[in-house]
Design a protein around this ligand. Structure first.
Ligand code: GLC
Length: 653
């Protein structure tokens, strides 16, 4: 858009560009800057317009963007151009992700490189490498308390190791996701050290206060994130003699984005990792980016403006790179992290579907899909050019972030229902086979969340211990059922490492003092490669899970209706144990997804469905097994904890 103020500002900025930048070939950079500048200017002005140094800060911003563009390797520039042409590439059903810790899945980065064929064997082609940057040893928050944003933790490897890993992945057409922890730094980061030494410039990088007056005002409305281990949102720093805002752990200092220098530094770090070869960048804890007295300091409008500005700037220097929003917030809020627009994601192209994840766990515990159906109805439609990251487990706890209104609507009492779920998954509930652990119990509010690996939560651990083959079989089916739902829902499925072979809770964290009070470590396992080898031995748990999942992934990739073009319809059926939706593709036909959450067989009356896009006359076929399911008088019979991907023509692809 041509707008006079921003246009003349851009001319001034370009006229003042440092001479060393002028010598470079910035052709693509300039066209992209021109296309995005009006928006960049407006957002920057909204956030920082009242500062005297706004003009200078904009100059700094453009120069940083230009420098990172100059450093962008040729191979990435090429993929930027390709992705510009094929901008819907990430909506395809071809993508399947896995998240892992390099020192959990393997020993370190070089060892991980030797394990890359495993991803190909399973069919995974997006790898989320959990944070691996430098962190203080005993105060790392699993890699999310970074003390140097440009240095890899030495125990994991070097920059050269990462480079050769990425090269290996690229050869096999596997994309890489890297984290940038945008909300906070470790208290041992250089900026924090300088702030501690009294450097005013760096004190302005954080929220630092002389006394409790302002912190107390903030506390009135701010919830606690880690109430057990790090109560409150401020920490007294003895050396500085001041209070500092620490929303997560007391050693994670929140960055102050009302300071444009912080914005520019963090953008520079994002672009740095884009240039190291990240295809997708996971922006951590984005809901927390803006703090305002009188609010919860989550989901503030300015947090969205910051994300829009990051996106616009990234589109100038590294446009092929996508963002994932890690915002584990209420359904109506999550959707906003795509950016509220008609079509295009203005903030993050991808967002964690925490709503779906939590609702799936509700269906596991209740053995019915009542809240799952209700909750999804309240999840607003997403933008066309944006997609979900669908997952069952990740490195974090499971928060029961359902809407109270939805819980009421299906006839439960919110407080009691949440308590039931916690009791169920921690095994306190009678007959529950789950072996989860409570996380983040807050005695003031009664809230709690749940830790534990997928296999332990669905009862595989307890069934194996009891040597009960029927229960083992149920747990295996449930693991496959849940995966079938993240693979067919629409979006990128993200498998959590170890789940593909039924890895149970890893209790070794209890021996480490710095981890023992954080139950999330129970589900950040060290992979037992002898166990993983059993995936090749028929009649083992590992083989049934791994081969089941491998097949599911390859079938998913063949089903065009599973690409994510807002082509899903939830279907209401009378049987509460069933979760049913249809995925459609006008050229290739529809697929009816049916999942039975109960431990006994269930019936689906096909007459009530209008067939979800299937014809009444063709032979119904399950694309996963390649078989026709049992029908009794127009009633489809779904075995316990089983799923179908039904179509009415032989190969729907
Ligand atoms: C994100 C991470 C989580 C971490 C938190 C604070 O939510 O996923 O593991 O504890 O940010 O950095």
């Amino acid at each position: 858009m041509y707008e006079q103020i921003s246009h003349s500002l851009l001319n001034e900025i370009l006229a003042d560009l440092s001479p060393e930048l002028e010598r470079e070939d910035l052709r693509h950079f300039f066209t992209r800057l021109g296309a995005n500048f009006y928006s960049i200017y407006c957002l920057f002005h909204l956030l920082y317009g009242d500062r005297e140094d706004m003009r200078q800060q904009m100059q700094n911003l453009v120069e940083r963007m230009a420098r990172q563009y100059i450093h962008r390797p040729e191979i990435n520039r090429k993929s930027d151009l390709e992705r510009e042409k094929n901008h819907n590439w990430f909506l395809s059903q071809q993508w399947v992700g896995m998240a892992l810790y390099s020192d959990g899945f393997a020993e370190n980065l070089p060892d991980l490189r030797t394990r890359v064929p495993y991803f190909q064997e399973l069919g995974v082609n997006i790898l989320h490498l959990m944070p691996m940057l430098k962190c203080p040893k005993s105060k790392s928050d699993g890699g999310y308390a970074v003390s140097d944003f440009r240095e890899i933790e030495s125990r994991l490897g070097t920059m050269a190791d990462l480079e050769s890993l990425i090269e290996e992945l690229r050869k096999r057409e596997i994309l890489i996701v890297l984290d940038v922890v945008v909300n906070h730094t470790s208290d041992e980061h250089e900026w924090a050290s300088r702030a501690r030494q009294g450097d005013k410039r760096y004190q302005d990088y954080y929220y630092i206060f002389e006394n409790r007056e302002v912190p107390d005002m903030f506390e009135e409305t701010m919830p606690e994130i880690f109430p057990e281990t790090s109560p409150g949102n401020f920490t007294w720093d003895e050396e500085m003699g001041k209070w500092v805002m620490t929303v997560f752990n007391d050693y994670q200092w929140d960055l102050n984005y009302s300071n444009p220098e912080v914005f520019i530094e963090m953008l520079d770090i994002i672009l740095f990792w884009a240039n190291q070869g990240a295809d997708i960048i996971r922006l951590d804890a984005v809901a927390f980016l803006w703090k305002k007295i009188g609010s919860t300091c989550q989901n503030e409008r300015e947090a969205h403006l910051i994300l829009q500005l990051l996106k616009d700037c990234c589109q100038v220097s590294a446009p092929g790179v996508l963002f994932i929003a890690e915002a584990i917030v209420a359904p109506v809020e999550i959707i906003k992290y795509f950016g509220e627009d008609a079509v295009i994601a203005k903030e993050c192209e991808i967002a964690y579907n925490a709503t779906y994840m939590a609702l799936l766990w509700d269906a596991v515990a209740t053995k019915n899909a009542k809240l799952l159906n209700q909750g999804l109805k309240s999840l607003p439609d997403k933008l066309d050019r944006a997609t979900w990251l669908n997952y069952i487990r990740c490195h974090d706890d499971i928060g029961l972030g359902f809407d109270d209104q939805d819980i009421f609507a299906v006839g439960y009492q919110p407080k009691l229902h949440r308590q039931f779920l916690i009791d169920f998954f921690t095994g306190a509930y009678e007959d529950s086979p789950a072996r989860g652990l409570p996380f983040g119990r807050n005695n003031k509010t009664g809230d709690a969340r749940i830790s534990g690996s997928l296999a332990s939560l669905v009862g595989l651990e307890s069934a194996l211990e009891a040597g009960d083959s029927e229960r083992i079989h149920h747990a295996e089916n449930l693991i496959l059922l849940l995966h079938s739902l993240i693979l067919s829902f629409g979006g990128i499925p993200l498998i959590y490492y170890g789940d593909e072979i039924g890895t149970i809770n890893d209790t070794r964290y209890l021996e480490d003092e710095s981890k023992a009070n954080d139950t999330r470590w129970a589900h950040r396992p060290k992979i037992d490669w002898e166990k993983a080898e059993k995936r090749k031995q028929p009649n083992t748990v590992e083989c049934r899970l791994f081969s089941g999942l491998k097949k599911m992934i390859s079938v998913r990739k063949e089903i065009p209706a599973f690409a994510d073009f807002n082509n899903r319809e939830l279907l209401t059926v009378a049987n509460p144990h069933l979760f049913v939706f249809s995925r459609f593709n006008y050229n290739h036909g529809s697929v009816l997804v049916v999942a039975n959450f109960d431990s006994s067989p269930q019936h689906l009356n096909l007459d009530e469905l209008n067939m979800g896009g299937l014809s009444r006359h063709g032979v119904i076929m399950d694309l996963y097994s390649g078989e026709s399911p049992a029908l009794f008088k127009n009633q489809l019979i779904i075995p316990p904890l089983h799923f179908y991907w039904l179509t009415d023509n032989h190969r729907n692809a």
